[in-house]
Design a protein around this ligand. Structure first.
Ligand SMILES: Cc1cc2nc3c(=O)[nH]c(=O)nc-3n(C[C@H](O)[C@H](O)[C@H](O)COP(=O)(O)O)c2cc1C
Length: 378
């Protein structure tokens, strides 16, 4: 039986309208999904960040984790521009930490001082994770060789608050809430075991903090008028989550409290940064902090840099466990012409400033990413 043309036309129109409505709904959902995807950059980024920082205890038996997991925890350490300038080698019960000179920062760090500090930070995480998971460790510092060697032996696992802080620590670049930290917490920080030759000099008086601000100002004015500094920084900035997720390294804008923008626009902002404005922003952030800390060393060599890094990471982890945030303001040390002036102004005597940071209370920021262990094995 053939359908009368009128009815067919009528049904077709109804079907057509239904199809159109369904297509419209699909279109709206698709457009909504796309908009959400484009303008909700935290969606898959935060998943990746959470995966990067998954607690070691959650996936392996803590008393016998594979050495890969110790390396993953080492790689969660603080490091210059998030270049992750390290390679690891596993040789039976030895883990070697090698510098990855392809990830140097020749402008801001021409002597690889900060690169070796970064390796020291990774070493500290590795040692804390090793002890917590049932290893005693012996460290051979890079005096004779261009690497750090960690010999691991079986031991009983040691409970350590710093271990739990490893995946939570971050360099928090926001403004803080202006509240001081308690004397008891300051005492805990000062009581941390020191590395040989390394000192931690806390700055909590307003007068001394103003002096630190003055040097950070000068450092900012020098760095942000230096086109080479700015172009090196640009190569490590990740302006969108697509860039950040593709590279799994570098400085993603949202981790510094800035919005996502296309690279061309971000480049325009960064190259057009007014150095005085940058200095004023950092001065405000320092004034919102509870204090500052200078980490110094007696000598200037690879081992001293590694030990300074260890001291920083240990301090940052204790701060994290006390819910205290910290962020670097290294400008007066990175700008060579300011470093010795800063050293005498702070009364550091023969101790060389290696790192300068501010600390205090604030909410956390989006967390930075790391490359997987497979990518950082020799
Ligand atoms: C030696 C060294 C120097 C650094 N200098 C700065 C700095 O001047 N300003 C800053 O905001 N972060 C600085 N950082 C922090 C890194 O940018 C940060 O650790 C990295 O982006 C990874 O982020 P996360 O620490 O939050 O995991 C420095 C880190 C190291 C080890």
């Amino acid at each position: 039986m053939t359908t009368p043309p009128t009815t067919q036309a009528h049904l077709s129109r109804r079907t057509f309208l239904k199809t159109l409505t369904a297509a419209g709904a699909v279109g709206i959902v698709a457009a909504g999904g796309y908009t959400l995807y484009e303008f909700a950059p935290w969606l898959d980024y935060d998943q990746q960040a959470t995966y990067t920082r998954r607690p070691l205890a959650a996936e392996v038996n803590r008393s016998a984790p594979p050495l890969y997991e110790l390396i993953r925890y080492a790689s969660l350490a603080v490091n210059g521009h998030n270049t992750q300038p390290w390679k690891f080698a596993i040789k039976e019960n030895v883990i070697e930490i090698h510098p990855d000179y392809t990830r140097r920062l020749p402008v801001v760090d021409p002597d690889d001082r900060e690169l070796w500090i970064s390796l020291g930070c990774a070493l500290e995480n590795l040692l804390i994770a090793a002890r917590a998971t049932g290893h005693a460790a012996e460290v051979i510092y890079p005096d004779a060789e261009d690497m750090i060697r960690v010999n691991l032996m079986t031991d009983s696992p040691q409970d350590d608050a710093l271990f739990n802080a490893i995946p939570l620590r971050q360099n928090t670049r926001s403004e803080y809430d202006g509240k001081p930290i308690s004397a008891a917490e300051l005492d805990l920080l000062k009581a941390l075991p020191q590395e040989p030759g390394v000192t931690a000099r806390f700055v909590t008086s307003p007068a001394e903090r103003e002096m630190v601000i003055e040097y950070v100002n000068q450092g900012n004015l020098s760095q942000y008028t230096d086109t080479e500094f700015v172009s090196e920084l640009l190569t490590w900035l990740r302006f969108t989550r697509k860039e950040a997720l593709a590279a799994l390294d570098g400085l993603y804008t949202r981790c510094s409290g800035n919005p996502e923008v296309p690279r061309w626009l971000g480049q325009m902002f960064v190259t057009g940064t007014d150095s005085q404005q940058q200095a004023d922003t950092d001065a405000k952030k320092l004034r919102s902090s509870a204090g500052a800390l200078v980490i110094t060393s007696e000598s200037e060599d690879r081992t001293a840099w590694v030990r300074a890094g260890q001291m920083y990471e240990r301090t940052a982890l204790l701060m994290t466990s006390l819910n205290i945030k910290s962020a670097f303001v290294n400008q007066p040390i990175e700008v060579a012409s300011l470093r010795s002036e800063f050293q005498s102004a702070m009364g550091l005597d023969g101790n060389l400033p290696q790192l300068l940071l501010r600390f205090g209370y604030a909410n956390g920021m989006p967390k930075s990413l790391r490359r997987p262990v497979e990518a950082i094995l020799v």
